[in-house]
Write a protein that binds this ligand. Structure first.
Ligand code: PLP
Length: 458
């Protein structure tokens, strides 16, 4: 019998609702705090940055939230995305494991990010917003939001982390092509950027710093601009659950159920989007999948960070949340997986790791690129360096099955392709990439700057 490679859902089965983990969280959410007063934030404070319809999603405890029809229509440009069985990779590894991957690289800009960019642009338009400001790491989020803003006729300014601005010029061009204005962060045009440049004119930037710049632009715009975030926040993770909802239906088509569910985690959105619907089955339907979030060893918030209150950005202007953090002033090494260079992690992912519902693993840059190369040789796809972190652990799990002789079903999220990351692959093939040791001293220094939060009422 020949193996089936692809599990494709018809358009008619595009999910009609996103899944909200708030309804099933086994631990109570911790309050979000004001960046200055450290008192729980009010919707009024948040409304300087976000439209009220998204704030209401952020705090909703409804299990499912309907996807508006105009958003579903745009989703149909690339969704449902394929679930593929990596038959050729299984053979290459000579493993009894079955390996499945959900491929989000088929979106117009090549990653999972449009799954939330489109609804964020839609809800902002509904709320009367005319312009947005945002940050981007590797440029995937910025490209997705630029496309979504062009659909809904919104202006967009993007603060792109300087090291990625240099490493990935084509993503900048994609953003500009869709009409966005792109700056290399840190810039001299914001307080946060100037402060960083005064300290170090060669500052390579970080997601935490680019967030500070974008937040400042929105907060000082007198209400003319809102801020949009590509990860970390609850509503962003929720929009991504369309990935896992489709994958559940597709695993059903394949007649299997994953023993292991894997995603890479920067701020946590593609991981949560893929994994939370499976986690719901663990929490409410008696399933027992192991769920693994994978991060870079050089920016290991989940595996080496502290579960504590910290600011979401470098300049301490964004709200304070309880999360796994390496300290908001930490500037991670310049690895090529720019989307994973964030000091913190989504509060829900952090709480679930702390509670033992999710495992976390850290992998190094060179072994990650080796896994990407092996995957490409078998499956043809060049993955984004971020996504390659999930591939590394999927291969490790498959090799563990080979050793033990046990067949397991492994499913991972391939969050994007790496067509605009070719400089990184070239450097890898020339032997010019390096591993970065865990920067303990820098993290220790950053951890000294956590906010002194008195235990707020839960
Ligand atoms: C392809 C890809 N995967 C993963 C990530 C990490 O972000 P998140 O953890 O929010 O999915 C990014 C971020 O830019 C990305 O571009």
């Amino acid at each position: 019998m020949s193996d089936q490679y692809q599990y494709l859902l018809p358009e008619s089965q595009l999910p009609k609702a996103w899944y909200n983990i708030n309804a099933d969280m086994p631990v109570a959410p911790q309050p979000v705090l004001h960046p200055v007063t450290m008192a729980p934030v009010t919707p009024d404070f948040l409304s300087v940055l976000l439209p009220m319809n998204l704030i209401l999603q952020e705090v909703s405890t409804e299990r499912y939230i309907d996807i508006p029809e105009p958003v579903r229509e745009i989703y149909k440009l690339w969704r449902p995305t394929p679930l593929r069985r990596a038959v050729r990779l299984e053979r290459m590894l000579d493993t009894p494991a079955h390996i499945y991957y959900k491929y989000e690289g088929v979106s117009p800009v090549g990653s999972h990010k449009p799954n939330t960019a489109v609804p964020q642009a839609f809800y902002n338009k509904e709320a009367g917003t005319r312009a947005l400001a945002t940050e981007t790491g590797a440029g995937q989020w910025g490209a997705a939001l630029a496309m979504a803003c062009s659909f809904f006729d919104l202006d967009l300014e993007v603060f792109m982390v300087k090291v990625s601005h240099q490493q990935k010029p084509y993503r900048r061009i994609v953003m500009e092509y869709f009409g966005a204005t792109v700056y290399a962060s840190p810039t001299p045009q914001t307080h946060a950027g100037r402060a960083a440049l005064d300290q170090d004119p060669d500052n390579p930037g970080s997601l935490g710093l680019a967030i500070s710049e974008a937040v400042e632009v929105a907060a000082t715009s007198g209400g003319t601009k809102k801020y949009a975030l590509g990860s970390v926040l609850g509503h962003v993770l929720m929009h991504q659950t369309i990935i896992g909802e489709e994958a559940l239906l597709q695993m059903d088509m394949a007649g299997e159920y994953p023993d292991v569910v894997i995603g890479c985690a920067g701020g946590g959105s593609n991981f949560a989007g893929f994994a939370y619907p499976f986690l719901r089955q663990n929490l409410t339907a008696g399933k027992n999948s192991r769920i693994i979030a994978v991060e870079p060893a050089s920016c290991p918030s989940l595996t080496r960070g502290t579960y504590a209150y910290d600011w979401g950005d470098l300049a301490a202007t964004a709200p304070i949340v309880k999360m796994h953090t390496l300290g908001h002033t930490f500037i991670p090494p310049s690895i090529h997986a720019g989307g994973l260079r964030y000091h913190g992690m989504a509060p829900s992912v952090s709480a679930l790791v702390e509670h033992g519902d999710i495992e976390a693993r850290a992998v190094k840059q060179l072994e990650t690129f080796a896994a990407a190369a092996q995957f490409s040789k078998a499956e043809g796809i060049i993955p984004a360096p971020e996504s390659a972190h999930a591939i590394r652990v999927a291969i490790d799990e498959a090799l563990r099955c080979k050793e033990s002789g046990h067949k397991q079903v492994i499913a991972f999220n391939l969050s994007g392709h790496g067509h605009f990351d070719m400089m990184a692959f070239e450097a890898y093939h020339r032997g010019q990439l390096q591993d970065y040791e865990y920067p303990k001293e820098k993290v220790d220094e950053a951890m000294a700057h956590l906010p002194r939060v008195r235990r707020p009422e839960a």
